[in-house]
Design a protein around this ligand. Sequence first.
Ligand code: BDR
Ligand code: CA
Length: 297
Amino acid sequence: MSLLILDTDPGVDDALALLYLRARADLKLLAITTVFGNADVETTTRNALWLRARLALPAPVYRGAAGPLTRPRGASPTHVHGENGLGDLDLSGVALSPADPGAAHERIIELVRAHPGKVTIVAIGPLTNLALALRAAPDIANLVAGVTIMGGAFAAGNVTPFAEANIHNDPEAAAGVLAAPWPVTLVPLDATLSCVLTNADARELAQQGEAGRFAHDVTRGYAKAYEQLDGCVLHDVAALVSLTRPELFETRVAPVSVALSGERLGQTVWAESGPTISVRLRADGAALARHFRETVA
Ligand code: BDR
Ligand code: CA
């Protein structure tokens, strides 16, 4: 049984990641920590609380960073995740409890120290909380089981021609996280873009029970942003599947750095030195999407 902290900016594909997690008895969710990204942190935290209630997830929700380490926060991608960050799904009718007390990065430190060698941090938003945790407690680098990140782009970006959103949203944080001496697995766009939940698959899922109906409903707005695919991309789900089904990926192990200036800001690049990172460079996207559907249905 793996103990997980999910650091997230919900986010439609983040919601699908939580749906997948709920269906996996081998993954125990210790905490959900929130970060700005797909929306401001008030909204992503509200969405995490909404998802906890809607999906009956027995985990605390700790609010995290409102903006990047050193830069101003960029505009929220409402054209992808809607005005409410969850594809403008109707969120009424679900009673929300408040966020649990404590800052995300402090709770990450406490949880990692409480379960030495056992906790995997899965980061599916900007890496600010992880960078703050490392800064305050460098010892956690030796105490985690691993860090799995949805982020990065080697061939082409999604927010600029070069950079992927989670890294571009806080490149300094990402650079710090990739340079730390902890075991990192990076799941970049190069792998995730092939992992598509088609609209036909979503319609079929909707006939297969409560979880499938939720996957269908929450992705309707998000799928419009991926109109050319006739479906939507399972970026954040791919980070979790990288843990449960690593054989679905091709992996290259090498140091990686982050461009911190110029037009390539936020690009992930192969580096000459530094800690080695396991980069999931390609995925069997069809098999991954099928595995997602079968797991949640
Ligand atoms: C990543 O950015 C966000 O839009 C998604 O939730 C995902 O984590 C994809 O670039
Ligand atoms: Ca995300």
